[in-house]
Design a protein around this ligand. Structure first.
Ligand SMILES: O=C(O)CCC(=O)C(=O)O
Ligand SMILES: [Fe+2]
Length: 285
């Protein structure tokens, strides 16, 4: 459990990135599955410079993966309100939108759920350059704890969650790649646990597949949501400038609350997101 007073996941920044990577990996591969590096020197960096600095820093942890639209892909992706919205005015989801470019509440998910651009994401980093004037709190939940509760309290629903669902993925598909993929939310069958959590994309898929979600599919998603909503399983840091959150992708799910900027007061929430693939043998370099 992650008590509010447990700060063992915090690591002060050092410019020895190799040593930092070792400390980060101990927390990512052990408890609690994530680390918060504090005091990263971001004050003198423009967002564009930070998009180069963050993957450079994190390449000692893993191999940074390209993100973004074809033709403008980048290793550091700016997460900030650029005027997008997840929703249409009638409350339905808008297709083709990068939710990371909105100020909306982002439901609990993991970033590699839809295998963006064909990548398998093993870890991710979020470097905070600016905080909102209100909101923007993060929620982190450890997947093993979620699986334990589901197995105990919702075994039938858990079994369904281990069977494939369709995920809409057109915003992370390159030309020639499928706009929808089928995969379990919890895949316990391989050498490594694979987790794909993104209810929005599951709810958007039937418009493409023509296969509606049935009562059993929805009951399993509702059971998952109920467990993900349990406060005692959550840790809720609010990222401040200079904070770098790094998390083990299958082991930790995350959410970001809606936020408001106040540009006149110089308060604009801005993060750099880096997705990482694990380097197999040979450790960190
Ligand atoms: O804004 C944040 O704190 C996280 C954003 C996020 O989860 C994402 O872009 O995938
Ligand atoms: Fe995310």
């Amino acid at each position: 459990m992650l008590g509010g007073a447990d700060y063992s996941w915090q690591i002060p920044y050092t410019d020895d990135h190799h040593a930092l990577a070792g400390q980060i990996m101990r927390r990512l591969d052990g408890f609690p599955g994530f680390a918060l590096v504090t005091g990263v020197p971001v004050d003198d960096l423009t967002p564009e410079q930070a998009c180069v600095f963050a993957p450079e820093l994190l390449k000692s942890v893993g191999d940074p993966l390209l993100q973004g639209p074809e033709g403008a892909m980048t290793l550091g992706w700016l997460v900030r309100d650029e005027g997008s919205s997840r929703f249409r005015s009638d409350g339905t989801y808008r297709a083709g939108v990068y939710t990371s470019k909105s100020a909306d509440d982002l439901d609990i998910h993991n970033d590699g759920a839809m295998s963006p651009h064909g990548h398998e994401v093993d870890m991710f980093g979020l470097l905070c350059l600016g905080a909102a004037s209100a909101g923007g709190e993060s929620t982190l939940i450890r997947t093993p704890a979620v699986i334990d509760v589901l197995r105990r309290e919702h075994p039938r629903e858990f079994e369904r969650l281990c069977q494939p669902y369709a995920f809409e993925r057109s915003h992370v598909a390159q030309s020639g790649q499928a706009p929808v993929m089928w995969a379990p939310i919890f895949d316990l069958g391989g050498a490594r646990l694979r987790v794909r959590c993104n209810r929005q994309r599951v709810e958007m898929a039937p418009a493409i597949t023509g296969v509606p979600l049935d009562a059993g599919d929805l009951a399993a998603l509702d059971a998952l949501d109920e467990v993900l909503g349990r406060r005692d399983l959550q840790s809720r840091p609010t990222l401040a400038p200079g904070d770098l959150l790094v998390a083990n992708h299958p082991a930790v799910l995350h959410r970001r609350r809606a936020f408001t900027d106040d540009p006149a007061a110089g308060q604009r929430r801005c993060l750099v997101r880096v997705l990482l693939a694990r380097r197999e043998a040979g450790g960190h370099s």
